[in-house]
Design a protein around this ligand. Sequence first.
Ligand code: SAM
Ligand code: SF4
Length: 442
Amino acid sequence: MDQNRKKVYIETYGCQMNVSDSEVILSILEGEGYVRTEEMGEADLILANTCSVRDNAEQRIHGRLEVFARERKAGRGALVGIVGCMAERMKESLLESGKVDIVAGPDSYRRLPRLIEAAAPDRPQMDVILSRDETYADIRPVRTDRSGVSAFISIMRGCNNVCSYCVVPYTRGAERSRDPFTIVEEARDVFQRGYREVTLLGQNVDSYLWKSDGCRISFAKLLSMVAAVDPSLRVRFATSHPKDISDEVIETMASTPNICRHIHLPVQSGSDRMLEKMRRKYTREWYLGRVAAIRKAIPDAGITTDVIAGFCSETEEDHRATLSLMEEVGFDWAFMFQYSERPGTLAARNYPDDVPPEVKARRLSEIIELQNRISLQRYRGAIGRTLEVLVEGPSKRDPSQLCGRSSDSKMCVFPAGGHKAGDYVKVKVTDCTSATLVCELV
Ligand code: SAM
Ligand code: SF4
């Protein structure tokens, strides 16, 4: 490696979309002669790709800024850049801290080289212009996963929903879909380089739509096109929106073996009153109807969700409705959060954040406890079954074992038996915890 090349160190916070964005950023910087380093101390450029979805995510970044500032002083005078959602949300106030040289929003990454060029300790630079059409479609991301098995592919950016609690539409701008042919090309490229799984990413993948020259490609069609790259390429996607997931998508999954049998379908709450206030645009009944349609077409589908505890004015009755919905659906696993008020959102402007912190915390722990119980039941239900698993690499707990996911997205551990990352293996489930299936090779 050329010792004279400049080095970039990047930390990524938040969702899978941010992981994918960091790979785009690295690709753009590589084009400018940068190489990636995992040692902050040897970097010329320190970047944090940030998340604003909850306050605690932002607090963590503020903590990291102190560390970067010390590094900047002590080390080689690296430039410090905050990019992504928090850059977009906080704008000048980040520059005013005096700890940051570059602030770049999610649609400004092509202009990062210019910002870096112009930045100096007394001349911080900012670009937080949101775009209506940027999708980075032509950029070939630098993969940062360690296994070389599973790649993220961003298929759209932004969001046109205005869920009242959510900051994403403000930090990531309006929804836009990426040219499907570049998506298929990217999938083919990673497949040829040995990857065996792609996850198509968007805030609301079901509203993916590409129209050009009389050609109209829906998300269901896109799924088929990506799945057609090769039968041994697994296709996953996230995130589906309960109001938009269509029968066509469900049928496409059911009829295409290499589209994984897993749907992440965030419900947020089981109470119609809360769903209305959250502006989710569906009811509990609608949600349960979508789950029934999925289970009818794909009986072995894994269904997972996101839940928010303690949204504005949530009562014990609303909370119990969430618990009962969780029981009724039987999610395989869930991401569960306390409501965190985000400045500028509809909820922050219109509704008091009036559920006391200790009540939010207690409700969240009840939700987590229930989900752990349900997960254990769901995982126990898999004991005795034979599953096909894509090997991701050594298990973290016991490196003599391998780990990988089943099609319905359950983590499996099993003896190595000469297999390696990227292999498909058949395993039989012998035991489980609420998060892992313990398996033997068949
Ligand atoms: N677009 C996806 C959707 O609608 O399901 C998810 C986007 S968001 C990055 C991921 C999850 O964060 C949401 O599903 C929600 O549960 C949670 N979330 C978003 N805003 C939140 C807030 N203000 N407080 C707590 N959790 C929040
Ligand atoms: Fe946020 Fe709702 Fe858009 Fe998801 S669909 S990113 S929760 S506004």
